[in-house]
Design a protein around this ligand. Structure first.
Ligand code: HEC
Ligand code: HEC
Ligand code: HEC
Ligand code: HEC
Ligand code: HEC
Length: 453
């Protein structure tokens, strides 16, 4: 399996000798140009070794979704489901643990669990995965063959025991694109077919605001997900403008994982900046306005085919009578739409998509694709786009009797589920693990109706 690494031994040895005799830490040959296929797992130090000198970066990263990328049980269930249904082999690993892809070099190999991965690749998207990238032209990440040599945003790194080199890419939104746009390669033509769009959404939002890649008019990904603070970049290093590495989004660890409580809080804080909800009475209807406050990408974004953002609305009389409820969950924890086993299409606003925001993927027969990504032939996006406001009307005429116990209270909440239960069941996740997936609140509002509208 690792014949490639044998062939490169002499090269690595030559490199070591050169480095040992060189003053400073300039890479010997231009390791950036070293082609893939010359990687040896032993050439990766592992994120734990960075902790000694970059304690805060390590501490924050270890609780992040990047560290969780191959620890996530959902990942492995989904990985197996896509493998079994259409033979997707190492495709998923190329982003969730790029070092495995390199260390292994076998496009046909297939891993079924974190333990199947090379020990240096079990940290998912780790320090070296990102800091051995120096160029992301055209959305392609190229991890360099540079061992013990890391690229970053500091123009004048000082006193590092390893090679340290500035690269423009780190401050650019394009840095995230190789992984945060997901394209399938359709055989036999190898044509690209896009199924996840976060970076494309950002480029569109930036272009709409008059920005360019070099001179963006909106916040970059780093601007929102890697807030800066003043502190040392390395232990005992000078104070600089440095960046948080917690990368909150919406995913939270389901199984015990480093600092999961802190990550959960960071996620909740971030979500509060994600959206707004407002309700008002308009004639005999309640009009609910929902806003995507993110100027940068859709809400939800990324794995938006597995996620859902939706409105939960309750209209309750003073005597406790529930006159209307939409966006509640059935006994399986699913919304009452086509995917509900208990009350299919029972919730009109959810069923017709008016009050639920997500991405839909279909195969050539028009059936929704849940896990067999390779079968997708049509992607339909119905998320809240960057900055979008959408209105939903709930007609109360037929549900609110004249003799209702006034005042009637309307509560509306904008909710977010990192993964929908019906999808998790479909990929074979046991119910007790599914039950751990939280529903998170982005925003809430209420309205009192004093008498018959
Ligand atoms: C023995 C201490 C030590 C260890 C271990 C260490 N570093 Fe560093 N690193 C430093 C110092 C010192 C700097 C320079 C800090 C400065 O100039 O403010 C640095 C700088 C960096 C930079 C910034 C480069 C730039 O130009 O922007 C990156 C990225 C980096 N290290 C990554 C890593 C990674 C990844 C690991 C683990 C594989 C690691 N370091 C291990 C001490 C260390
Ligand atoms: C204006 C701030 C802002 C910018 C710019 C931004 N994000 Fe986000 N991002 C958020 C907020 C707030 C959330 C939480 C709500 C959500 O999950 O959509 C989020 C969520 C996410 C998620 C979770 C996926 C999901 O379901 O929505 C990912 C992944 C992500 N961002 C990646 C990126 C990347 C990559 C970029 C750049 C291409 C970027 N973000 C730019 C604010 C931002
Ligand atoms: C998903 C990619 C990613 C991962 C994983 C990652 N980094 Fe970074 N890191 C970045 C980016 C991007 C920047 C620059 C942010 C900016 O300048 O806006 C950065 C900046 C840095 C810097 C320079 C100081 C600073 O904070 O700006 C150091 C040092 C560093 N990272 C170390 C680490 C270490 C150590 C790990 C693992 C524990 C790690 N990084 C994991 C992407 C990553
Ligand atoms: C090498 C691939 C790679 C790169 C480069 C990368 N990411 Fe990620 N990122 C991932 C993967 C894979 C996940 C999902 C991990 C999981 O939850 O299984 C992720 C998750 C995230 C999340 C959390 C999403 C959630 O739902 O909670 C955020 C936020 C995020 N990335 C932001 C960024 C930003 C910002 C950058 C650029 C500075 C970046 N990433 C660069 C692969 C990458
Ligand atoms: C091009 C890079 C890339 C590839 C290839 C890729 N992913 Fe991801 N994956 C990501 C990123 C980035 C995220 C984070 C997006 C977000 O949080 O919305 C992610 C998130 C996830 C999540 C977390 C969502 C959740 O609800 O918990 C799962 C599970 C997942 N991917 C499974 C897979 C599987 C299975 C495959 C292979 C069929 C795969 N990924 C292929 C980049 C990739």
């Amino acid at each position: 399996m690792r014949s490639a690494s044998l062939a490169v031994r002499p090269l690595r040895l030559a490199l070591l000798i050169w480095v040992a005799s060189a003053a400073g830490h300039v890479a010997a040959e231009d390791c950036r140009q070293r082609p893939a296929g010359v990687y040896d797992p032993a050439g990766f130090a592992g994120s734990e070794t960075c902790a000694a000198c970059h304690p805060q970066h390590y501490d924050e990263w270890q609780g992040s979704a990047h560290a969780y990328a191959v620890a996530d049980p959902v990942f492995w269930y989904a990985n197996e489901a896509s493998y079994e249904t259409n033979g997707i082999e190492n495709f998923c690993i190329t982003c969730h643990s790029p070092i495995q892809d390199l260390a292994d070099g076998e496009p046909d190999s297939h891993a079924s669990a974190r333990e199947d991965l090379d020990p240096v690749a079990q940290n998912g998207v780790d320090c070296e995965t990102c800091h051995r990238i120096f160029d992301v032209t055209n959305g392609v990440k190229q991890l360099t063959g540079c061992e013990d040599h890391y690229f970053g945003p500091i123009a004048d790194p000082a006193g590092s025991p390893h090679g340290a080199e500035y690269a423009d890419a780190f401050q650019s939104a394009a840095f995230c694109k190789p992984c945060h746009d997901v394209n399938l390669t359709k055989e036999p033509t190898f044509e690209l077919f896009q199924i996840e769009f976060t970076s494309t959404e950002w480029e569109d939002a930036n272009a709409a605001a008059g920005g360019t890649a070099e001179d963006p008019a909106i916040a970059t990904c780093q601007g929102c997900h890697m807030a800066s603070y003043a502190g040392p970049a390395a232990k005992e290093g000078p104070e600089r403008e440095v960046h948080h590495h917690q990368f909150p989004g919406v995913d939270v660890a389901l199984l015990p994982f480093a600092d999961s409580h802190r990550q959960y809080r960071a996620t909740q804080d971030l979500l509060r900046s994600a959206g707004a909800i407002d309700a008002q009475l308009e004639g005999r209807s309640v009009r609910v306005d929902v806003t995507n406050l993110i100027v940068g990408h859709d809400l939800p974004s990324g794995s938006a085919h597995a996620r859902a953002v939706w409105v939960h609305l309750r209209v309750v009389g003073a005597d406790g009578t529930v006159h209307l409820e939409s966006g509640d969950l059935d006994a399986n924890g699913d919304l009452r739409d086509a995917n509900s086993e208990f009350d299919p299409y029972g919730d009109p606003w959810i069923s017709n998509g008016e009050s639920v925001f997500r991405q839909y993927m279909y195969d050539e027969h028009g059936d929704e694709v849940v896990a067999a990504y390779g079968l997708v032939t049509l992607v339909q996006k119905d998320m809240l786009t960057s900055g979008e406001v959408r209105s939903i009307w709930y007609d109360l005429a037929d549900v609110l009797p004249a003799d209702a116990a006034w005042p009637v209270q309307v509560d509306a909440r904008l909710l977010f589920r990192p993964a929908a239960n019906f999808i998790l069941r479909e990929i074979g996740m046991p119910q007790d693990e599914i039950d751990l997936v939280p529903t998170l609140e982005i925003a809430a509002t209420s309205l009192t109706i004093d008498g018959e509208p």
